[in-house]
Design a protein around this ligand. Structure first.
Ligand code: HEM
Length: 399
């Protein structure tokens, strides 16, 4: 069946239309390629853990930039490198992270002034890159601005191999410098592995690019949602706020697996060769699983774990995000610190145009005005409080 909406023009609307028309498993063609879309939670759970459905072989842009790093490698190389790099995210490695997140977030909050207008995505991009550099490399980098600019260039590059190659050469220069210093948890670990320098550079670039954009955008959505829903208390509900922001705006909006040969998925038989897609932007919005899915309701996550396969902002199975623990820790702690003092009030509180690139991000950033949070501790007049001691404000039930 042909795709009902122009896939290239609006992939999210296309995927939602396909799921609405065809149900749990949709089948369609893009040019001469067979594509499936699994949207039902039980199929997603099966697909993410199915050994016969490997991650789709990276082509073009991703491989050009990341080479054989964790994000783009396949099979044995991926399994082996994951095992080798997992200790970077172990509980003992995590011991230093809260201190780093605290220091970097405090430093950022100190720079803000009431009335200042900023782009939350760019602002929190600087924060998450600083945190990633300190957690993984043990230091801030003089090249952080270059890294942020490179990421913007990458996102706007589309499929332009020559431009991507130029960016990769620039990033290789940074990776080589880091390897020469030999310092920091990631570099020390890579230098102790029996791998060549090219793979070491691939892993450094993969981690630095993978670590910060996704977390930055997530924190920016959290701050926007908190400003639009002032009755939600960030301090006591930080994890639920992050979880709900990741449900509504999952940066990893599309996950692709390769169907090489016929395979059964629940009651369905998939024919290969084909691509199997799963999108949190479809499944996270299924009304039968998530009532009033468009609404921001962190309390959904107070009622225990969502059904298997219905919530997968970090993917799942063997290829689940290796940095998930860092993302949760950073986002929950940083928004608690920021929201205790500041509100990032959207300049425009209307719907935000989304740009589904490699990661889902707002098309024009998230411009916001910095406002001091009304708080007794700041010496400002206390507002009325409800029975739970939370400030009484007009809560909007839906973003
Ligand atoms: C809110 C923040 C984040 C989100 C939403 C996110 C999302 C994801 C998703 C959905 C995948 C799986 C993609 C697939 O199966 O095709 C993934 C993989 C990955 N992520 Fe994250 N991520 C986040 C933060 C991080 C951080 C902080 C790091 C590094 C410190 C990181 C590093 C990686 C890497 C290296 C992979 C590839 C793993 C593999 O395929 O073996 N991510 N991420």
């Amino acid at each position: 069946m042909p795709c009902p909406v122009d896939f290239a023009q609006d992939p999210i609307a296309s995927l939602r239309a396909l799921a609405a028309q065809q149900g749990a498993l949709a089948e369609f063609w893009v040019a001469d390629q067979r594509v499936y879309l699994a949207s039902a939670p039980d199929l997603i759970q099966r697909a993410l853990t199915c050994k016969q459905l490997p991650k789709r072989q990276g082509r073009g842009a991703a491989t050009c930039l990341l080479g054989q790093g964790l994000m783009t490698s396949q099979g044995d190389l991926n399994r082996c490198q994951r095992r080798r790099l997992r200790p970077l995210f172990s509980p003992s490695a995590q011991a230093t992270w809260p201190h780093i997140v605290h220091e970097e977030t405090e430093a950022l909050c100190q720079c803000w002034r009431p009335g200042q207008v900023l782009d939350s995505v760019a602002e929190l991009g600087r924060l998450s890159l600083a945190v990633a550099c300190r957690c993984l490399l043990g230091q801030r980098l003089p090249e952080e601005t270059m890294l942020l600019e490179s990421l913007e260039e990458i996102l706007n590059a589309g499929h332009r191999p020559a431009l991507l190659q130029t960016i990769r050469t620039r990033l290789d220069g940074l990776a080589n410098r880091l390897l020469q210093t030999g310092q920091g948890p990631l570099i020390e670990r890579l230098l102790n592995l029996p791998i060549d320098d090219e793979l070491r550079r691939d892993e450094i670039i993969t981690m630095l690019l993978g670590a910060h954009e996704t977390t930055a955008v997530t924190m920016a959505w959290c701050m926007r949602l908190l400003a639009l829903h002032p009755s939600v208390d960030a301090a006591s509900q930080a994890r639920a706020v992050v979880a709900e922001a990741l449900r509504l705006y999952p940066p990893g909006w599309i996950i692709a697996r390769q169907v090489d040969a016929p395979v059964h998925l629940g009651e369905f038989r998939l024919e290969g060769p084909a691509t199997l897609l799963m999108s949190p932007m479809v499944t996270h919005y299924l009304a039968e699983v998530w009532p009033e899915p468009e609404c921001f309701r962190p309390q959904r996550f107070a009622q225990g774990k969502p059904p298997a396969g219905s919530y997968f902002p970090f993917g799942g199975g063997d290829r689940v995000c290796i940095g998930e623990s860092m993302a949760w820790l950073e986002a929950t702690q940083a928004i608690s610190i920021m929201a205790a003092r500041w509100r990032l009030v959207p300049v425009d509180s209307g719907p935000v145009k989304l740009r589904p690139l490699a990661a889902l991000r707002p098309a024009c950033g998230l411009p916001a005005r910095v406002e001091r949070r009304p708080d007794k501790a700041c010496g400002e007049p206390p507002g009325a409080e409800d029975e739970a001691g939370l400030p009484v404000q007009k809560a909007r039930s839906c973003d």
